[in-house]
Design a binder for this molecule. Structure first.
Ligand code: SF4
Ligand code: SF4
Length: 297
């Protein structure tokens, strides 16, 4: 992908080419997507190795695991356990606090782009969906992203009233994570159904409109230290919004956005997954990763 001389975006290039970028000096190097995929595959390789070869580095699944013996728990799992059983074991508290502190420093929904295996599958579905739209085989369908909050409330309410972890029976992240580590199961067919919906009906529908895991990490994202920072070298071309999973967070890049004379502004929304796609297509380098902690210390 060559954003400087050819203004490439994800639309015009092959899927393979998105794994490499041409830098300002004309050198080819791995893209942010390349590192994200390495991260996701790497985490799951550690899970698989721990299970199959008992190397005990990262054991369990994404819902609940142990890293060198330290508990790590998905905060939405802990919330469901508490609501269902009105009690939360100490290991879940420790694991949830550890994970929350980590994501407070490194971006709440970074989980979605850098850890979640379905995010990776969904990116393949997105590419197929974009191709079908370009060939006019299907229409583009978008919905109000705020519907995800209704799903979050629905799952939380169902868990509280039924004393059963309702969402976990359809949590495609957990299903996929378990399938990769422990082997295939019939539940995987639900992941296939969601994937087909995303390919033929609405691009990345699960991550955009349904997943309560993403919403919970998004809450951490609002106060997280890791952000995308915009600067006023922007020419408001709008290319960044066309590649973003959650384009509403990039309002700041619009010509009439109120930036109050500021030359640098953080994208504050917790919906940003820190995928870096906007960074990678912005030909003016107006968007960059920045950790607020660097400004404090
Ligand atoms: S941030 Fe970059 S890609 Fe986005 S509108 Fe501005 S110049 Fe274009
Ligand atoms: S704003 Fe940029 S980093 Fe955040 S989700 Fe959108 S494309 Fe990814």
């Amino acid at each position: 992908m060559d954003k400087y001389t050819q203004h490439c975006t994800l639309k015009e290039i092959s899927f393979w080419d998105t794994f490499f970028v041409i830098d300002k000096n004309g050198k080819k190097k791995p893209s942010i997507r390349f590192y994200r995929w390495v991260s996701i595959i790497g985490f799951h390789l550690l899970f698989i190795l721990s299970y199959r070869m008992d190397i005990q580095i990262l054991e369990g699944t994404l819902s609940g695991s142990r890293l060198f013996g330290f508990h790590l728990i998905d905060p939405f799992v802990s919330l469901q356990v508490f609501l269902a059983y009105h009690h939360i074991p100490i290991n879940l508290i420790i694991g949830t606090v550890t994970i929350s502190v980590f994501y407070l420093f490194f971006g709440g929904r970074a989980y979605c782009s850098w850890v979640c295996p379905y995010g990776l599958v969904s990116e393949i579905g997105e590419k197929i969906n974009r191709t079908l739209i370009t060939k006019k085989i299907i229409k583009e369908r978008k919905f109000d992203h705020r519907v995800k909050y209704l799903f979050w409330i629905l799952f939380v309410t169902l868990t509280f009233t039924s004393s059963y972890l309702v969402f976990e029976s359809m949590n495609i992240v957990g299903i996929l994570s378990r399938a990769l580590i422990y082997g295939w199961s019939a539940a995987l067919s639900f992941v296939v159904v969601v994937f087909l919906v995303e390919v033929f009906y609405s691009q990345r529908a699960w991550c955009r409109y349904v997943c309560p895991v993403g919403v919970t990490y998004g809450a951490l994202g609002w106060v997280s230290m890791e952000k995308i920072e915009w600067n006023d070298s922007c020419d408001h071309c709008g290319v960044c919004s066309t590649v973003c999973l959650v384009p509403h967070v990039l309002e700041i890049t619009k010509k009439n956005a109120e930036v109050e004379g500021k030359s640098h502004v953080f994208i504050q929304s917790g919906d940003c997954t820190l995928c870096g796609r906007c960074v990678e297509v912005c030909h003016h380098d107006s968007l960059n990763f920045k950790n607020k902690l660097g400004k404090i210390v």
